[in-house]
Design a protein around this ligand. Structure first.
Ligand code: ZN
Length: 205
């Protein structure tokens, strides 16, 4: 496994936010930014994320996903690598950038009244969620903190997080003009609201 690409995120964040950036640098910033969001949204130090590899192998996209590790010592860094090809790298200096989703306060723990819920989504559904522009940081933490399991892509959150998220999902689906993406967001909305309804019914028992 190689972590050959070393990036100081500050170098990709120009002081002037509207400064012209070459297309290639913009693409790299988007790719690495998503890795920072995933690394800072999960409490797990190692995350098999639903983020796809950026490489192409024999003209087809690499089928690998990115495994992401967050380190606090000797200094804060993020290591990432593809599960299939040799692509990988390390990153420093992302704290305080807008990609940094680390909660400012200690994250809430599940309780009897506010239990942890989970749903499984497909990789396609996860891609559709990531291209949504309306989600708040609490939703983004759930989306980017998703982890790949043998059963599918798992999205977790407290019941109160799901309650917040379904509102955004409904708005996202309602405003989407592209039928294909609307269908995907709608499917996630259905799963999330079913999980929420089930959980609320359990309280009433
Ligand atoms: Zn790859």
């Amino acid at each position: 496994m190689t972590y050959s690409m070393m990036t100081n995120m500050k170098h990709l964040m120009p002081a002037d936010p509207v400064a012209d950036m070459p297309a290639q640098a913009q693409q790299l910033k988007k790719f690495l930014g998503a890795i920072v969001m995933a690394a800072t949204s999960s409490l797990d130090p190692v995350l098999l994320s639903a983020l796809p590899c950026r490489k192409r192998i024999n003209r087809a996209p690499c089928s690998g996903l990115l495994e992401i590790k967050r380190r606090d010592v000797p200094h804060k860094s993020i290591l990432w690598h593809c599960t299939v090809c040799e692509d990988g790298g390390s990153m420093t200096n992302w704290t305080g950038t807008h990609f940094d989703l680390a909660p400012r306060i200690a994250p809430a723990r599940p309780t009897a009244e506010d239990p942890e819920l989970e749903i499984m989504v497909t990789l396609q559904e996860h891609t559709a969620l990531r291209s949504g522009r309306i989600y708040d940081p609490d939703c983004e933490r759930m989306i980017y903190g998703a982890r790949v399991t043998p059963k599918g892509v798992q999205i977790r959150g407290l019941e109160s997080d799901f309650d917040n998220w379904v509102g955004y999902l409904a708005a996202d689906a309602n405003h989407e003009r592209q039928a294909k993406r609307r269908k995907l967001v709608d499917a996630v909305f259905q799963k999330a609201s079913d999980a929420l309804d089930d959980s609320m019914l359990r309280h009433e028992d």
